[in-house]
Every structure is written in C-alpha cells, then in structure tokens.
Write a protein that binds this ligand. Structure first.
Ligand code: CA
Length: 234
C-alpha cells in the first residue's frame, strides 16, 4: 500500500519505541520524521511542515506540555500525545493545552493508526465543515440547526443545557473533550471548577439517550479526563 499521506512528525525519546512506531507508520505508507527531543521537535515542526504530530509527553529536555503550549502559539498542527499509564492529569492538561487526542502506553499500532486516520479526517473536514447539519451514529440522530434529537423513530426532548452539552460532544465526535473544556463551553469560563454540573447533566443526557445509562453506547466516559461521543467503528 503506497499512499503519499502527510508527513508525520514523531517526537519520542525511547529509541526502541521510536523505531517500532516509525516502521509501523511507514508500512502504512506514511512518511515519518522521527525526533528524540522536544527542542529539535519544535524546530522540525516549523521547518518540515508536518501534517500531524505524535508527541511523547515525557521528554528529556523540555516537557511535552511545553512543546504543545509553544506550538499552539503559532500552529494548529494536529497533535496526538502518548502518555504513560495512569497519568490522567497529564493527559487532561495536554488536551487543555491544545492536544487533539491521546493514547496511553502500551497501545497497539492498530489503535494508533485508527487515531491518526480519524484525526486527519477531522482536520480535512474543518474548512467549511463546521456547519454540519445532521449527525447520526447508529440509532442516535441529531439535527443541529433544528435542535432536534432522535433515538430511532422517537424524538427526545432535551433542555437547552442538555442540548448544548450534546452539541459540544457532536462537534468533537470521536474525540475526547475534557471536563474543563465542556464546563467552559456549556456553562462558561467561571464554571470550570464545578464538575458536579457535568456529572449531573451527563447523567440526565444518558438517561434520555442511552438504552442502558449504566452501560452507555454513545456518551462514553474517559476516566478522569472527560467524555467522548462514540463514532462507532469508522
Ligand atoms: Ca519518554
């Protein structure tokens, strides 16, 4: 399979993982530029014009969080972060700093491939794609401008706040949205500490939308990080 996809920039200090990921990505037809440190990575991001960045958060020279922060001052480059297990606060911080998605180690290369494809697809849709009228996954259908929600044939009546919350997840469908981002977008910047609002409203939404709210199919919890609207297999 030879596709000339966008250049992928990989910043990972572990030489074994760097080699393994480079080989796996190249076998999928991607061109990879692999770097071992944050500073060199930032230079490469500027000079090589990559289409996507895969960034390890634990780097020897500058912190991965700093790489994201510095990058976001001038670039909208899509970023997937790689994090050690049980580093939920790191992941949340990385997403709040502007990373687009994350994987916790160890992960399968198949999982990384599907995240890369999903992120590239989302980025490709961005120009003019913000005004998507209708969203559907399985039985769940949301008409954004008409503000109507259906599960199968049945219309679901949501309060304005529930609908706003659902909309933020729809606009980021398939990707995690952090607690902070949801609180800020739905309730406002002064509410970012009020995570109980989110729990209550997410509970209500699930109750209305999910067949079994305790085992949600659409509104997935990313433990300690946020929520993700499930896009199914694609
Ligand atoms: Ca590392």
């Amino acid at each position: 399979m030879k596709t000339t996809g966008p250049l992928l920039l990989l910043i990972e200090d572990d030489p074994q993982l760097r080699t393994l990921l480079t080989t796996a990505l190249e076998s999928q037809g991607y061109t990879v530029f692999a770097i071992a440190s944050g500073r060199e990575g930032l230079t490469a991001a500027r000079n090589r014009h990559p289409g996507l960045l895969i960034l390890d958060l634990g780097l020897p020279d500058i912190d991965g969080q700093d790489v994201i922060r510095r990058l976001r001052t001038w670039s909208g480059l899509p970023i997937i972060v790689l994090s050690a297990r049980d580093q939920e606060s790191d992941i949340t911080q990385a997403l709040d700093n502007g990373a687009d998605d994350y994987l916790t180690k160890p992960f399968s290369t198949a999982e990384l491939m599907s995240r890369i494809k999903a992120l590239l697809r989302r980025v490709a849709k961005l120009p003019g794609g913000g005004a998507q009228e209708c969203f559907q996954v399985d039985e769940l259908k949301i008409e954004l401008t008409r503000r109507r929600v259906f599960v199968g044939e049945q219309e679901i009546h949501l309060t304005p706040t529930e609908f706003r919350l659902l909309c933020v997840l729809v606009r980021n469908a398939g990707f995690v949205v952090t607690h902070r981002q949801l609180l800020e977008k739905v309730w406002g910047a002064s509410y970012i500490e009020h995570s109980h609002y989110l729990r209550i409203y997410m509970g209500q939404l699930r109750h209305k939308i999910e067949a079994d709210p305790a085992r949600p199919r659409y509104l997935l919890t990313e433990a300690g990080v946020g929520y993700r609207l499930n896009m199914g297999e694609n």
